[in-house]
Structure formats: C-alpha cells, structure tokens
Design a protein. Structure first.
Lengths: 356, 356
DNA sequence: AATGCAACCGAAAACGGTTTCGCTAGCCGT
DNA sequence: ACGGCTAGCGAAACCGTTTTCGGTTGCATT
C-alpha cells in the first residue's frame, strides 16, 4: 500500500500544488480552503503518503523520542517488570506518535558518556531513569544537560525532579508489624547494597518497624546481599548460624527471599513454621515457590503509563516538582509467614547462655 | 561539557572554515590535509560538538535505527527473556551508534498499520520480529515493504528470511526420550495455541518422540492451554481426570509446567514420584519451584546479540537466506522427573477396565 | 472607481548535516 | 612559458519537512 518513495514533493506534483500548501493542508492550517484540504488529505491517503520523520523532526526541532535506560543485568532476571513497563511507556508515547528508545546504561562513566551523546546529538527529548542510586550521576547529568526526565524510584534528594515510586519504607514497616503481630520478636533483615536508594529505604522501614514495636536493633540480624537467590541464600546462612537466629526474616526482594528459603531447607528448617520469610516485589512466580512465598507486592500495572504521561507533561513545560507519585505495597499472604514458634521465642536468653 | 547549541556552522565559524570542510574533516575524507583534520577534530572535542542525528540521518538517507517488536503481554510475565534480548540487541547496535526502538506490536490489524507507518515514515531500517505465528502477517508485511528483518523463532515457511531459533522439536523429542528411558509409557503433552509456530513444533517433537519409541498417540493425552500457570493447571486437571492418566507430562513452557505442578498438588499427586513433569524454557525461577522443575533449557544468552548482528549484515546487503541459526535446548534435570511408578505402568489396562 | 480586507496559495528560508563539483595554488615536466 | 596534474578547500545542491512572508485574487465598502 504505502510507498516509501512518495514524499511531499511527489504528492504536491500529483495535485498541482506546491509542497508548502500540501504541508499546511495536512497540518490543518486555517489558511487553506476546506476543499483543498480535503482533496489533499484524500490524495495523501490514496498514495499512502507518510511524512519522513527524520526530516520532520529536524524541521520542528524535537526528536519526538524518549529513552528508557535499562539497568545493566546483574543477576539472571533482575528486571522482571521490564516488559510491562515498556508496554506502559509505549502506550503513553503512542498517543502522540512518539518513539521509545531503549539504551542500556547505569551509573558508570562510559554509560554516562552514552547518555550525554544521546541527548546532545538531538536523538531524544526525554529520559526515563530507573533504579537510581542514592546519589545518582545520571540524574545530575540530566539536570546539567537540561534534559527532561522522570525517575522510576527515588534518590537521596528527590524534591527537584519527577518520580514514580512504591513506598518500600512503608512496605517493610508493614511487613515487620505483621510479623510482630504474629508473635515474632527476633526479626532478621536481608538487604541489598545500600548504594541503591531503595535498598536503604527498605532497611529504614525495617528499622522503624523494630523501634515502633519497641524491639532492639541487633546489627547481627542485618545482612547485605546481592539481589540474587545465591546472595539471599548466603546471607540467610549467616543469619541462621548465629547463636540466636531470628524467627523471621524480611528480604529486600523476592529473589533474595527465594534464596533464603533454599538456605532454610538446606538446614532442615521449615519456612513459615519455624522461620517466617517475607519477600518484596510480588512476583507472580512466588506463588509456585516452596512453600508459596508471602510477599509485599508492588502495584506495577500502570507504572510505565504514569511515567510516560509525566515525562510528556514535563516536556510540554510542566514543573517536574509537581510530579511525585508514591504507591503503596500490600501484603500478599501466602505460606511463608506464620506465628512465631513458642519455644524459640522463649529460648532467646537460654540459647545464648548455652553457647557461652 | 557538551553544549547542544554547537552545530557544524558554529564549529566552522570558530575555525574559520566552511561547514563542508569541517564535515569532511570529521568524516576522514582524504582531500582534507592532515593538519586541518586534526585541528578540526581537536576543536570539535573541545567544544563538545555532536552532529545532530536527525539532520545527519536525513542527509545520509537511513534512520540508523532498528525496531524490536514486543509481543503484547498475555499472561503476567510472558516475556521472561526480554531484558536479556534487548541487552544483546543493544550491544550489537551500539558498536555502530545505531539506535534500538521498541514497539508493542503483534499480528493484529492495528499493529500491522503501526509497523507499516514505522518503516514507510523512514524511522527504522530494520525489524526484529519475535514469537511468529505459523503464518505471520508481520513477516509478509516486512517482505512487501522491502524492509530488512530477522525473526526470533520461525514461521511456517522460513527459507526466505533470516531467523534465530531454538529447536523446540528436538527439545521435546529429547524430553520424551528421557521419560521413556525412565520407564514411562503414557506421556501427556500440554501445549499452547497452535497458531504459534513454536507450539506446533513442540507438539511435533512430542509426537516424534512417541513414534520413535513405538508408543501410540492417544489424542486424549494432548491438551492445549494458554501460556500461563492457570492454563497449565486447567489442562493438567483434564489430563488427570482421565480413566488412565499419564505418568508423565511434558509442558510447552515452564510457566505451564508450574501450573501443572499445582494441579498435581491439588490432587495429592507427588510430582517427580507419581507423575513426572518436564517444562521448557529453563527459567532460573524453576529452581525454586516445588519441587524444583526439570526443564529443557534454552540457551538465551546471546540470542539478542546474534539477531542484531544478523540484521545489520542484512541491512548491509547480505542475503537473508544465509542466516539460519538453530540452537539446541538441553535437559536440566531437577526434581520433577523420575522413574515411572511400577504400578501405574502395569495398571494401564486394568484401571481402564475398572472404570468401565 | 479607488480602497480595504479576507481568503488562498506560492516562493523561499530554515532545520543541520552530507556530498558533488569546481576553483585556486603550487609543483612538475616539456 | 605553458599545459597538466594534484592537493586542499569553498560553493552550492540536496535530504524532506515546516513555517514565515508575500502576492494574487475576489468581494464588500465608501
């Protein structure tokens, strides 16, 4: 149907008009008569004319394209929600016929250079940054370049830019409260590298949960792991080897929680009975874990769509500071949480004495 | 550092040269003296000049961009490998400073129109099509438009274009042989909608496995499900309600296999002991299933990279028919496969009689 | 009948590059 | 002294749009 070679000039020739008239007719300029406009549009349809986007964007001065920065893969599937996110972003952009570029770039020097090139060469009009560090150079760079951007997550100082995030602090606070209500008083935490802001927030929520319930913060109950099952497994091992192991563990991600379950199995400990485990993410997969994983589920459905809409608004001139959207995670109770074992709870002191 | 406003004209003015000279100097034309060339490049660096890509691409006549067509989401995480794939594609493209566009488009009419617009408006120079149907209109469209493309997977007639695929037929043949070697003689198959070519191939492999081992093909042992755990669970239910249920089931994807495990648990059947289950995909997650899922693992590591390299070669003029890359899946034995239960195997007939 | 004003459309510049072509020096050989 | 050749650069066309600016019409106004 559509022929790549029919351009404005060809269309104009076909219609015995000039390119400027045809262009304005297609773009609904008021100084073109109704009759001509319709004649032009009809012919454009018939000939399958499509304006060349490179030419168009050069002329109008904007690339009409935004870029999603994929974090580099650490573990195997560290980005479980990426398809959904891209889908939502694409949906928002499609309504305007904008394009979605993807580019693998984290906070390293080479990647910053890549991002710089992307915006200064006029390829993109906006950025979507995900998984920000506490102090993320990508954010600084985007600000320096004056390139509109939104952040999926938050960094240390997040007042000056637009972000969409799920409240991990609140999520872990909720998880800890839930465990306390089930009688747990020794609750461990397996976190991720604290350079990631979300890892810090989840730790903060854990700590607030402790103090809110008048529980002491035992540093030995806090372990930092990589965001993988192996990482979780190793950290859980350290937790369980302690003189007084926790009766419950909250984990920074579901993947880490799965590793934790594995470590418990390896020691003959039954998750959900002897030791409770709560993950974070709400991966669909957790349903099939052994046993099915209790988790704080993030509402991921419309993150991409919201981020896309935000970014477009900002490019249109809206104040980035007016876009701060914080969602809540909610407890999805499956089978790895349960009441604290009575003995373990009472043996806290005696066990420690036994060891000494 | 880099200023978006410094263009060729500004750089030329700064150097007291014309834009044409500067452009050729930067592009290593031989008719520019060594001295001038170096002077120009140095100044370009110092001023942070970056050629505007829209202008450049308009001029050279190619968008230097390829597009990955994301299949629309059916289930929750129906595209587990997408991040890895995009990463590999991006890697291949980056070496040339090409861009990677993503666009959600399957075989529906509206999406075809979107693809058409994308190529006829000069936005992309190539396509990556994934999860093709048996007779996929996207492939026909790309061929009609004369747009270079590669396919992740294969369709019905795949001789005329480039593809990268994992041999699902061989994978299921292997899985069936493995089960037969463990003594199974009644083996069920839970497949996906046969409009997908890979679903057909996996069924073909299953059937060849049966006949190769002189086992009769009982149509009742073949169920078609959606590519979700719920789909797998429902199909497995149908399989198990039969007068003579299978002692082993091979599943079109790991997700379907997980649903199958659930259905078995619901009926008090122990996977890997009473009924064996083998999935397909090799999802990392399967390791944490209950019990850990035996599966035919696809080598996904460099799929994106290979597809990207292929596509670039074809755009460069290589014959698409010279790129047919078929990888093999290999058995990852975890805990859902085991020897056929002796009783069940011998009771085939008597059970059926009991029911009658 | 001259003036003013819309309504419509064409001419041309601009966007920022690439690439073809031609011009000017300088050098060589005869 | 003159033609030819090469090296090195400038001039200008071109890619396909958008958009500003004028320039013709035709009609109503005075």
């Amino acid at each position: 149907m559509s022929d790549r070679s029919v351009n404005l000039k060809a269309l104009a020739g076909h219609l015995d008009l000039t390119v400027s008239t045809v262009s304005r007719a297609l773009n609904d300029y008021p100084d073109i008569s109704r009759a001509t406009r319709e004649r032009v549009k009809h012919a454009a349809d018939a000939l399958g004319y499509r304006p060349n986007q490179n030419a168009r964007r050069l002329s109008i001065g904007t690339p009409e394209t935004v870029c999603y920065l994929i974090p580099r893969q650490h573990g195997a599937s560290s980005q479980p929600f990426i398809a959904q996110l891209l889908s939502g972003l694409g949906e928002a952009l499609n309504e305007r016929n904008w394009d979605l570029l993807v580019c693998q770039a984290d906070a390293s020097a080479g990647d910053l250079e890549t991002i710089d090139r992307l915006v200064t060469s006029g390829r993109i009009a906006g950025l979507v940054i995900s998984r920000p560090l506490k102090n993320d150079p990508r954010i600084t760079l985007a600000q320096d370049l004056g390139c509109p951007f939104v952040v999926h997550g938050r960094s240390d100082h997040c007042d000056n830019y637009a972000w969409y995030d799920v409240d991990g602090e609140d999520g872990f606070f909720t998880a800890v409260n839930h465990l306390v209500q089930m009688g747990h008083r020794r609750i461990g935490f397996i976190g991720g590298p604290l350079e990631y802001q979300f890892a810090q927030e989840r730790l903060d929520g854990y700590l607030r949960g402790l103090s809110h319930n008048a529980l002491a913060h035992d540093p030995e109950l806090v372990q930092i792991a990589e965001f993988t099952d192996e990482g979780g497994s190793a950290a859980a091992g350290l937790l369980m080897e302690q003189p007084t192991p926790p009766t419950a563990v909250v984990c920074v991600t579901d993947m880490v929680a799965l590793g934790t379950l594995e470590a418990l199995h390896a020691r003959g400990i039954k998750p959900g009975e002897q030791v409770s485990v709560i993950g974070y993410d709400g991966l669909h997969f957790g349903k099939h874990a052994n046993p099915p994983l209790t988790t704080m589920a993030q509402p991921q459905a419309h993150a991409g769509r919201r981020l896309g809409d935000m970014l477009l608004s900002i490019i249109d001139g809206a104040d980035p500071r007016s876009f701060h959207e914080l969602q809540r995670a909610h407890l999805v109770q499956r089978n790895t949480d349960g009441p604290a074992p009575v003995k373990a709870g009472q043996n806290d002191v005696s066990v420690r004495e036994d060891k000494q």
